[in-house]
Design a protein around this ligand. Structure first.
Ligand code: AHR
Length: 513
């Protein structure tokens, strides 16, 4: 029988040492035309809760509760074969097309106008639009920008108005393609070729609208063989004309030699994400120095999540006569352990708030998502919903403080010894304090002490933990895993010390008033 021990960890919160403001865009998400994210996800005409536009209100309510800000759209791998014009104008005239990325049929019932209207309905404030630099290039990107952002008086802006959008969409943030370093990407390019194309598209887009904020593609993962060299080449060519470089990362437990899953390393996935951010930040700084530039480029971590790649739910359809509409794809069912890793990744993004100015977890509904739906039936929250909604609610508008954290280590085969506890403190927009923490240990609980400044009168703590690491929320059991009040939290007001027990494999949010 495993011996249960205790870890200990201490966090000192000091308002004098800030990492940086937490940008609203850190709480972004991603809607791709993939599987059932759009169709029977956010859009399902005929669903009992759908409005006259076909938007599911049950999903909109959950999106609001989740606290998502920016939404990246329409892909993803999908965008690299997408013709944006297919998704505008009368719906019954829109073409059906092959979607090569996901071996599906795209009906184009949902396009740019529908996305803008759906975002307005959710109260999310921003659309982050991606242009196709796979099968397309400069001209089509400029056309889309003119259609979207020019107020009136040109062929494309008038076409938009005729299609029902009198006012421009005013899209600020644009992705210059998607994962162009990936050999799987339609129109995949070398860093040299992509860098040249992205530089010309960025310059052209700025000629139309100098206020756009542009995201150039970085690496599809920290493990890509071209990682580092890709960033260096692409930034060298585009630096002055872009505002962000992207990072993408998906994590899953790898198999040990005996077929079991390496959960210890999986729980420490934040270590890899942190290294990825620091590496990219170093390349940004080196490029800035070499170019003697005054301009700053930030990181847009615009795809991140747990994703069981290669497993059954991610197998794409096959066959020349098999191109289904909105098939069940990438519908991973998340466990309690997955939610802890998800929360840990969010803590890692907050700890790097000075460099990461935008982030989108991928994706929003049904496709590796915190919200699941049944066609014609209910919508429910996956385990990953909870760390996100609590963090967004408390940290949005706040300031990340420098993490002065000392923790006992845990051992992992992939990363060696790592901090058993990962934590970040946020000075919230209303002056209260939030602390988010994960216990990465598989078997040991942790006595966690937090030293806070000023007068403290109350602390609320909520912990997500399940004795069964693999417990999940499903259609049949939608609230199997939810956060619970952590009654072990105590407060010594005189010394400003909070003590709390964090169970193994757990995520906790503390709100200190
Ligand atoms: O989010 C799923 C896919 O992951 C996206 O389409 C692609 O950009 C990434 O590889």
């Amino acid at each position: 029988m495993d011996q249960q021990n205790h870890l200990s960890a201490r966090l000192v919160v000091d308002d004098d040492f800030e990492v940086g403001a937490v940008q609203d865009r850190l709480f972004g998400s991603f809607v791709e035309h993939l599987g059932r994210c759009v169709y029977t996800g956010i859009y399902e005409p005929g669903h009992p809760t759908a409005d006259e536009s076909g938007f599911r209100q049950d999903v909109i309510d959950l999106v609001r509760e989740l606290g998502v800000t920016t939404v990246r759209y329409p892909g993803g791998n999908f965008v690299s074969g997408y013709r944006w014009e297919d998704g505008i104008g009368p719906k019954d005239e829109r073409p059906h097309r092959l979607d090569l990325a996901w071996h599906s049929t795209e009906t184009n019932e949902f396009g740019l106008h529908e996305m803008a209207a759906w975002l307005a309905a959710t109260g999310s404030n921003e659309l982050m639009e991606a242009v196709n630099l796979g099968t397309r290039g400069l001209e089509e990107a400029l056309d889309l920008l003119e259609y979207a952002n020019v107020p009136e008086g040109t062929e494309l802006s008038e076409q938009r108005r005729a299609n029902g959008a009198e006012k421009p969409f005013g899209i600020r943030m644009w992705c210059l393609g998607n994962e162009m370093d990936g050999p799987w990407q339609l129109g995949h390019k070398s860093a040299e070729d992509y860098g040249k194309l992205a530089a010309s598209v960025a310059a052209g887009m700025r000629q139309i609208d100098p206020t756009v904020e542009l995201v150039v593609c970085g690496s599809s993962s920290h493990d890509m063989p071209t990682f580092g060299a890709w960033e260096q080449t692409v930034l060298e060519k585009t630096y002055e004309n872009v505002d962000f470089i992207s990072c993408h990362a998906y994590y899953q437990p790898q198999r040990n030699d005996d077929g079991t899953r390496d959960m210890a390393s999986f729980l420490a996935s934040g270590v890899d994400m942190d290294g990825f951010i620091k590496d990219v930040a170093a390349i940004i700084d080196a490029t800035k120095a070499r170019l003697k530039s005054e301009h700053d480029v930030f990181i847009s971590f615009d795809e991140w999540n747990v994703w069981y790649q290669g497993e059954e739910p991610s197998k794409v359809p096959e066959g020349i006569d098999n191109w289904p509409v909105a098939p069940h794809l990438l519908e991973d069912v998340y466990s309690a352990a997955d939610a802890v890793v998800f929360g840990d990744l969010l803590i890692t993004l907050l700890k790097n708030a000075d460099r990461v100015h935008a982030a989108c977890f991928a994706q929003l509904v049904n496709v590796i998502a915190p919200i699941m739906t049944e066609p014609g039936g209910p919508a429910w929250r996956q385990t990953t919903f909870y760390p996100f909604s609590a963090t967004a609610r408390l940290a949005k508008g706040g300031t990340a403080l420098e993490p002065k954290l000392a923790s006992d280590p845990v051992c992992t085969s992939r990363y060696g010894e790592v901090d058993g506890i990962n934590a970040v403190a946020i000075r919230c927009a209303d002056g209260t304090l939030a602390v988010f923490a994960t216990n990465r240990s598989l078997k040991d609980s942790c006595e966690f002490e937090i030293k806070v400044p000023g007068t403290v009168c109350a602390v609320e703590a909520n912990t997500l933990h399940d004795d069964d690491l693999f417990a999940a929320n499903t259609l049949q059991d939608q609230e199997r895993v939810v956060p619970h009040t952590n009654d072990t939290a105590t407060l010594d007001a005189a010394s400003g010390t909070i003590r709390i027990t964090l169970p193994p494999v757990s995520w906790t949010a503390l709100h200190v008033r």
